[in-house]
Write a protein that binds this ligand. Structure first.
Ligand SMILES: [Zn+2]
Ligand SMILES: [Zn+2]
Ligand SMILES: [Zn+2]
Length: 440
């Protein structure tokens, strides 16, 4: 049995063996030793790129994905608890079927090579993330996600100082997909270590000099984008679309006017100076981290359930045209709100229509009761984190920022008011330097 002495470890020197990879519900569990060490010492930090591409955001609901490599395949037991979803011909993602945590990614180009099957390069996905990454023999077949990394209770006492900088970020890549730079400017220079920035995929500076971009160019993205969307956006921005990667969960969000009607929303969830926007911030608590998996923090925005409408195709013989129906989150989940009557109620008898809608929504959305008073929802097909609901505040629902499809980019600045410096549960963080960067 290991007798690791965490108190004697210097920061950054925690052995991989003191960590485990775990989803929120605990059915997916792997030892930290499965991570590829950065050096000979087999200690943290491990290396990972931060991917800001559309696929990574839409499939996880997070604003980016950080995926450290694994030395070998996760166990059969862990994979048996996962649902597989291919975001392209090259990458298959695995999320926990019970809690929705995004656990692993398999690089099929490497998997097929190992099986000695020739791959047709023309079958590569149009997704920039996946199309431009070349697979060579040194590339790993399996990756995990950094949100799964935490102390292993079997190796480390609960009150022992453990977490520090677990992941060393090699690059920020596919920044162009964000349209507005996402949160790259806040994370580009943590602890005064400049991280290489790439509009597209990562390239080695040694073989492709000049392929990295500058922070100024990233900031310029946002300026250009806000110029091109702001003057004419008033008409189109009365509705914000959201959708998971597979499109099974589709939402329309209407704009609040909290100056006129607070809709029973507690003051904490109303942006003080932007009453026609929704507030947004990160949470670093263990349940958000391991319920999502993509990263050490989860960005949420907080929206009255009457303002969120599900759109789903009608699937019955009476309607061969394949019409769409709509129902609000308030109706589906029977959440109270002081709002006036929600728009786009299903037609027909309310009870039948609502029952049909509930059925359609539950066929698409998996619900995980993550504590006695909280429920997490994720797409059954692709695993995207969608909602978090707390029984004690039914007037507001957390919506995962990563699934928003705002015209002005990943930060959805025309809709969201990012509360500067607010990260919930900072004491539960597994990443100290990145936390400081988020806190600003
Ligand atoms: Zn799980
Ligand atoms: Zn990606
Ligand atoms: Zn989906």
């Amino acid at each position: 049995m290991s007798t690791t002495q965490p108190h004697q470890q210097e920061p950054h020197q925690f052995p991989l063996s003191t960590a485990q990879l775990s989803c929120l519900c605990g059915t997916v569990k792997e030892p930290g030793t499965l991570l590829v060490p950065s050096g000979q010492s087999k200690t943290f930090p491990v290396a990972s790129h931060m991917c800001h591409c559309n696929s990574c955001r839409y499939v996880t609901g997070n604003i980016l994905l950080s995926g450290p490599a694994l030395t070998t395949s996760p166990s059969r037991a862990s994979l048996a608890h996962c649902t597989a979803y291919a975001t392209s011909a090259q990458f298959v993602r695995y999320f926990c079927t019970t809690c929705g945590c995004h656990c692993f990614t398999q690089n099929m180009a490497i998997a097929r090579k190992e099986l000695d099957v020739t791959t047709d390069p023309s079958s590569a996905s149009s997704c920039p993330d996946e199309a431009k990454i070349e697979s060579d023999d040194e590339e790993p077949e399996w990756y995990t996600n950094s949100g799964l990394i935490e102390r292993d209770p079997a190796q480390i006492e609960a009150d022992a100082p453990w977490a520090t900088d677990l992941v060393n970020t090699l690059s920020h890549m596919f920044i162009a997909d964000t349209l507005d730079g996402g949160i790259v400017p806040r994370l580009s220079n943590p602890a005064s270590t400049k991280i290489p920035l790439f509009m597209d995929g990562y390239s080695d500076e040694a073989t492709s000099p000049g392929s990295a971009t500058s922070l100024e160019s990233v900031l310029q993205l946002r300026l250009n984008n806000s110029k091109s969307t702001s003057p004419s956006s008033t008409a189109s921005s009365s509705c914000l679309k959201a959708a998971c990667h597979c499109g099974s969960v589709k939402l329309s969000i209407r704009r609040p006017d909290y100056a006129v009607d607070t809709q029973g929303v507690p003051a904490r969830y109303i942006a003080e100076h932007a009453t026609t926007k929704y507030p947004a911030w990160f949470c670093a608590c263990r349940s958000d981290r391991t319920g999502n998996g993509a990263w050490f923090a989860q960005p949420w925005t907080y929206i009255p359930p009457a303002n969120i409408t599900f759109t789903f195709p009608v699937d019955d013989d009476d309607d061969p045209e394949g019409d769409e129906r709509q129902v609000t989150v308030a109706d589906v989940f029977q959440l109270s709100s002081s709002s006036s009557s929600p728009p786009n109620l299903p037609s027909g008898s309310p009870s039948t229509a609502t029952a049909t809608a509930k059925e359609a929504v539950s066929a698409r959305l998996s619900q995980h009761r993550s504590s006695t008073s909280t429920t997490r929802s994720f797409c059954r097909t692709c695993g995207a984190t969608v909602f978090y609901m707390h029984d004690e505040r039914p007037s507001v629902v957390n919506v995962a920022v990563g699934i928003l499809r705002a015209d002005d980019g990943a930060l959805a600045s025309d809709w969201l008011d990012w509360v500067p410096g607010r990260v919930v549960c900072p004491e539960e963080t597994t990443e100290r330097t990145l936390l400081r960067a988020l806190l600003g």
